[in-house]
Design a binder for this molecule. Structure first.
Ligand code: PLP
Length: 402
């Protein structure tokens, strides 16, 4: 994948006098030049508010925005483009479903199931519903390998279960959950399923019709696209049932002080001015990924993961958290009793960018009884040489801190 590295100029720099090794891709990926160019050309040539304008620029920007929606539809193979709702990101998407579904369908005593490996973005919005509506949160546990204990799912589902909200890929453990099977188990009990796809869409092919999920949420910035935009895919039948999340311009059909009626999909869920330029950036990022090929990216990242595990496991005292057979290119680890942030701080000075801490997954930290981990996460532009650099820096930090 070396040929694509030149598309990311930001990687070609030194920090503290050393070449930057960017391994914080689960937090956000870098943007290829085509995406940066798309943003620039939007603001240089097309900036205009959409949908409401009769003038040329507004109509052109509207067409481009809707083309971006169609590109997202194709990318995740949704049936209809109006099932693609633009949001600010995965967090916003999950909050949208929680608020909207909560208002529409949930009552005291109703149950929502999540898993122990969820990002806080897929825990806290459901806790709001528990507080506000008297709903009950149930949790699918993980085992010591960081694998979901799916055999516990059937006994967690009851006649009061109203939703299963689960991550496709764990941002801390890298575990790829067998979501198709999980969705089938839930659907057999008439339970709809929301998938948090924040860590999946840039790394494997996602087909929401094949998965048959009811909702699929993700952020653009983790898939080589701009920050500030994301997607909530929802099946038409659910979106029609749900009340809007936010009120304002664009989401209405008619407003009087006596009564307001709502716009059709997808606009019913897109109150206010959307991030038009970012949508164009997202479209270009998807074209970029598809041009390389999702399978090629998945195969390459899997090679990087295997190499990283092979090298890092030779470091004395290292423990890797998350050893599922199906794993995304994320390696979380600790060395003996050394605090993860001490390792992160030392290797930063050697040019290596990783993340340390709880990664917004405190229940995983509680499970393993640790304050945090060091997390290296890989993307299509990373190289084996960078993994060698990571290995050497981490081992050096170990020797300094032990
Ligand atoms: N879900 C998962 C699994 C994540 O890794 C993240 C971000 O780290 C999120 C949700 C939230 O994404 P955002 O902050 O882009 O809304």
């Amino acid at each position: 994948m070396m040929m694509y590295r030149d598309d990311f100029k930001i990687l070609d720099q030194k920090v503290y006098g050393r070449p930057l090794v960017y391994l914080d891709n689960a937090a956000t990926t870098q943007k290829p030049q085509v995406v940066i160019d798309a943003l620039r050309s939007y603001y240089e040539q097309l900036n205009s508010n959409i949908h409401r304008g009769v003038h040329y620029l507004s109509q052109k920007a509207t067409d481009e925005f809707e083309m971006a929606r169609e590109t997202v539809r194709r990318f995740i193979n949704a049936k209809n483009s109006y099932e693609i709702i633009f949001t600010r990101g995965a967090t916003d998407s999950i909050n949208l479903v929680a608020a909207s579904l909560g208002r529409t369908c949930l009552q005291a005593g109703d149950e929502i199931i999540v898993s122990e490996m969820e990002h806080h973005a897929n825990i806290v919005p459901w806790q709001f519903l528990c507080e506000e509506r008297g709903c009950i949160l149930k949790v699918i546990p993980i085992n010591e390998e960081g694998i979901l204990q799916i055999d516990k799912l059937p006994e967690l589902i009851s006649s009061r279960t109203r939703l299963l909200a689960i991550t496709h890929v764990s941002n801390t453990l890298g575990t790829i959950n067998p979501i198709k099977k999980i969705i089938e188990i839930a659907h057999n009990q008439n339970v709809p399923v929301l998938i948090d796809g924040a860590q999946a869409v840039a790394h494997c092919k996602v087909d929401v019709q094949d998965l048959d999920c009811d909702f699929y949420c993700f952020s653009a910035h983790k898939m080589y696209a701009p920050m500030g935009i994301g997607v909530m895919y929802g099946k038409e039948e659910w979106l029609n049932k749900m009340r809007p999340y936010q009120g304002g311009g664009e989401m209405i059909k008619q407003v009087t002080f006596a009564k307001t009626t709502y716009n059709e999909l997808p606009f019913k869920f897109e109150a206010g001015t959307p991030s038009v330029g970012d949508a164009m950036g997202l479209k270009v990022a998807i074209d970029y990924l598809e041009n390389i090929g999702m399978e090629k990216i998945a195969t390459y990242e899997s090679e990087l993961l295997n190499y990283a595990v092979e090298r890092l496991t030779t470091i004395p005292g290292i423990r890797i958290y998350g050893n599922a057979p199906q794993k995304s290119a994320i390696v979380s680890f600790n060395i003996g009793k050394i605090h993860p942030s001490d390792i992160g701080t030392i290797i930063d000075k050697l040019g290596i960018a990783v993340r340390t801490g709880h990664h917004c997954t405190q229940p995983i930290m509680d499970h393993f009884g640790i304050p945090g981990t060091v997390r290296a996460s890989f993307a299509l532009y990373n190289t084996k040489k960078e993994i060698d650099d990571l290995y050497e820096a981490v081992d050096r930090a170990r020797m300094m801190l032990e």
